[in-house]
Structure formats: structure tokens, C-alpha cells
Design a protein around this ligand. Structure first.
Ligand SMILES: [Fe+2]
Length: 248
């Protein structure tokens, strides 16, 4: 208990890092009303404004695509992104939002892979997430199909899955299969609990973080990001120069 407490205290030692050093946020839920992220246009504007104030300059937004809850398609996301960009022009907020997706690892995703109907970040990195409850039985055939289509598979927030908390070997297997890893910034503020914080810090220490994302859903996340930007480990990751975000 005390160890966790001590570790969490260590997350907030510095002044906030200027997010211009990260440049591009590649995981967010900014489009109003199509998933559990922004619900209104005002929400969308508040999220973008807040992220811009931290220094983020460009965004790939990634609504959930999940057959049970959020039945988004390429067209709902592309149209929603267009609406959001129009809204930003009207509000005189100078930035650009690009369309991507966060695919839940379900049968619908397998169908979309079969049809090659996919929205990848920069046409290159395909962001997907697993269930938080159940470890995927065998993700490797799908990962191979994604690669065969010419995409780079990118797992969202590996630090958040309880079945990986004490299994770095399973994360290693994914990396050996060519999977890139995206860390949620807010994990570094302890937002998802002490286990996720510990895995997040361990992933940074082991040099297996390729991307940082805010995974922002609501305005209350802005306060958490403000804390996370003060994390020693965030500084360490950004200073390592190994983040791919600036190239997006
Ligand atoms: Fe997300």
C-alpha cells in the first residue's frame, strides 16, 4: 500500500511538459454523440481548446467501433470529423482533426479487416483495443491479416488490461508479432489505478512505448492530463526521442 502511495507521489514532481514536444494527439474521442466521448458540440470544442492549451497541435480522433455499443463505420467517422472541422473553423480555433478509429477486437472488426474497410492513423497505424475483462484467445491470426493489408497493428493502452498486469511475457509476444504500443498519458497520473501506473512506468523503462495518446473522453480528463504532464516518466519518455507522435 505504502509503495503505491509513494510511487503516485512521484508522478507529480515537475512543471507541466509542453505538449508541443509530443505535437500530435493520436487517440481521442472528440466527435459529438457517436461514442462515449464528447456528447455535444460544446463538449467537442472544450476538449480541443483544452488540449491545444497544453500544446497539442494536431489530432487524429479515434471513435470507438464496437458492434455491441458503438456501431460506427468509416462514413459516420469521416462525416463526424468533417462536421467537427467545420465547427472549429466557425469557432475560429485553428487546428486540424483527422479521422481514425479505435477498433474493438470483435467479430465486426474481423469483418472490416476482411473487407479492408478500415481507418488507420495516417493510413498506416491501425489502432485497436481488447476487452478489459477477457484476455483475447488468440489475437495473432488477425494481427497477421492486418499486416498483410499493409497496416501496422497498434494496441491501445496495453497498461490498462488487468490480464497483462503481471504478464510482461505476453506483451513481449505481441511486440514480437510486430504490434506497436500506445500508452494513455493519464495512466501516468494514476487515473486507472496503481497497477496501470506501474505497468505504464515499466513500459517506459523498458522502451516499449511507441505512441502517447490522451484518450480524452470528457472535460474532467483535462485536469488529469495536467497532472500527467508533470510526471517524471512522461519527461523520460519524451526525452528518449522514441515517440512516433511528432511524425504523424
Ligand atoms: Fe479510446
Amino acid at each position: 500500500m505504502f509503495g503505491f502511495f509513494k510511487k503516485r507521489q512521484k508522478t507529480v514532481l515537475r512543471s507541466p511538459l509542453d505538449a508541443r514536444l509530443i505535437g500530435v494527439d493520436m487517440h481521442s474521442h472528440l466527435i459529438a454523440g457517436i461514442d462515449d466521448g464528447a456528447q455535444t458540440h460544446d463538449d467537442s470544442l472544450a476538449l480541443v481548446k483544452g488540449l491545444k492549451e497544453f500544446g497539442f497541435q494536431k489530432f487524429w480522433t479515434s471513435p470507438h467501433v464496437m458492434s455491441d455499443f458503438y456501431r460506427n463505420s468509416t462514413s459516420t467517422i469521416v462525416n463526424g470529423t468533417q462536421t467537427l472541422n467545420d465547427l472549429l473553423v466557425k469557432a475560429q480555433i485553428d487546428t486540424s482533426i483527422h479521422a481514425a478509429a479505435e477498433y474493438y477486437f470483435d467479430d465486426n472488426f474481423m469483418d472490416l479487416i476482411a473487407k479492408n474497410d478500415l481507418l488507420a492513423i495516417k493510413g498506416e497505424y491501425l489502432l485497436f483495443e481488447f476487452s478489459y475483462l477477457n484476455q483475447p484467445e488468440n489475437p495473432f491470426p488477425a494481427i497477421e491479416k492486418i499486416k498483410a493489408l499493409g497496416y501496422k497493428p497498434l494496441l491501445a493502452h496495453p497498461e490498462r488490461y488487468p490480464f497483462y498486469f503481471h504478464r510482461p511475457d505476453l506483451l513481449e509476444q505481441l511486440r514480437a508479432a510486430g504490434v506497436y504500443f500506445q500508452l494513455n498519458i493519464n495512466s501516468l497520473a494514476g487515473h486507472y489505478g496503481p497497477e496501470s501506473l506501474k505497468v505504464a512506468q515499466g513500459m517506459i523503462d523498458d522502451n516499449i512505448v511507441d505512441f502517447l495518446g490522451t484518450d480524452i473522453h470528457k472535460t474532467s480528463h483535462l485536469e488529469v492530463i495536467d497532472r500527467a504532464l508533470r510526471s517524471e516518466h512522461l519527461y523520460k519518455l519524451v526525452e528518449s526521442g522514441r515517440l512516433i507522435n511528432p511524425a504523424l
